[in-house]
Design a protein around this ligand. Structure first.
Ligand code: ZN
Length: 375
């Protein structure tokens, strides 16, 4: 049986360890120790080297007592800033930070729930098939941990990523792909007072281009954003260079490609019109995915939720996650709601109940997958 106090204590302990993106070492070491004590064989892949960080992804194998489909459970270790000195507080069953930092329930609620499930499996001697626990690094800011994960270590038949807002029982069946578009515009520098006519102002050129840019919500499954702009040097210099970073997302691959091309065209055409030199680079962040509501990975989670009286909600998401990559690696993987609210802000919180229900639901999923093997 899930022990709420133990799960809560683990959660509170984990969130208080600083674990920003690409600096996951402390948490990874603690998790490696705990997973090993719980009987897992833990491997750390070489993502640290690829990411120029201090920690790789953890892939832990727990041998099953029965033959059943291999089930993967995943969560990410890193969190967004500010995450130094997180002081969680609990009032009326709601866990928050003291308001000066994020809480870090995204995604320590997922991590702690998975650990609790492993503890219960062991102490209650619950039969289960082989399990693969994957704790990723660098999910925040571009899903780079799972993107650089050593796929050869994965052997699961299906998986769940415990990492989205919405109460336990929510199952994400569709998520967007994302392209990042990096633009460099180069005009001509000149003294702004003595010889402005010799210059060609890159800031003014970019301003013209941006008036043509699509912005915000394009349709119900497509969005785009100009997220960063940087350029110029001083008031007395005609601005020579400007950098513009944009993103495009869509749950439809064709729309994503069209929107990306449209953005590239706007800048390239704008370069010709303003006689500036424009350099556009598209970097794919991740591909979209879609899981049929009838697929086993959705059905198992939905039935498990019903068994423990959680309302089931199938949802299409606006954000990418580690599941985008697990699906692209051929493991059917759904994202589960774990109750995190106001993520990526200092107002982040989670209800205690949602934390416990996440562990209960995950335990029920493990049991139900084990049952598939027995039949
Ligand atoms: Zn997350």
């Amino acid at each position: 049986m899930i022990k709420e106090k133990r799960l809560l204590d683990e959660f509170l302990r984990l969130v208080q360890i600083r674990c920003s993106t690409r600096q996951e070492r402390k948490v990874a070491d603690l998790l490696t120790k705990q997973l090993t004590e719980l009987g897992c064989t833990v491997q750390e892949d070489n993502a640290a080297k690829k990411l120029n960080s201090d920690t790789g992804n953890l892939i832990a194998d727990l041998k099953g007592s029965i033959k059943a489909p291999v089930l993967m459970l995943t969560a990410h270790m890193d969190c967004v800033e500010p995450c130094e000195n997180i002081h969680p507080q609990i009032v009326d069953g709601i866990i928050r930070s003291d308001g000066s930092t994020i809480l870090g329930a995204d995604d320590k609620a997922g991590v702690a729930s998975i650990l609790e499930v492993l503890r219960v499996l062991k102490e209650d001697n619950i039969p289960h098939g082989d399990l693969q626990i994957v704790f990723t690094v660098a999910e925040e800011g571009g899903v780079n941990g799972s993107k650089n994960l050593d796929k050869t270590l994965l052997k699961a038949d299906l998986g769940y990523t415990l990492d989205t807002h919405g109460a336990p029982g929510k199952i994400v069946i569709k998520a967007p792909g994302q392209n990042k578009i990096f633009v460099k515009v180069k005009g001509t520098a000149a003294h702004a007072g003595i010889a402005p006519e010799k210059g060609n102002n890159a800031i003014m050129a970019v301003a013209k281009m941006l008036t043509k840019m699509p912005q915000g919500r394009i349709d119900e499954e497509t969005t785009c954003n100009v997220g960063r702009i940087k350029g110029g040097q001083a008031t007395n210099i005609v601005a020579e260079t400007v950098e513009v970073d944009c993103e495009a997302r869509s749950r439809d691959k064709v729309k994503l490609d069209e929107l990306t091309k449209n953005i590239c065209d706007i800048f390239e055409r704008g370069g010709r019109e303003t006689r500036t030199q424009v350099d556009v680079e598209v970097r794919k962040a991740y591909d979209p995915y879609e899981i049929s509501p009838n697929s086993p990975v959705v059905q198992i989670a939905a039935q498990a939720a019903q068994k423990i009286n959680l309302p089931v909600l199938l949802e299409e998401s606006g954000g990418g996650s580690d599941a985008n990559f697990f699906n692209s690696y051929g493991i059917l993987c759904a994202v589960l709601g774990i109750g995190t609210t106001n993520g990526h802000t200092t107002a982040e919180f989670i209800k205690e109940k949602d934390l416990y229900d996440t562990a209960r639901l995950t335990l029920q999923i493990v049991k139900d997958v084990a049952d598939m093997g027995i039949k």
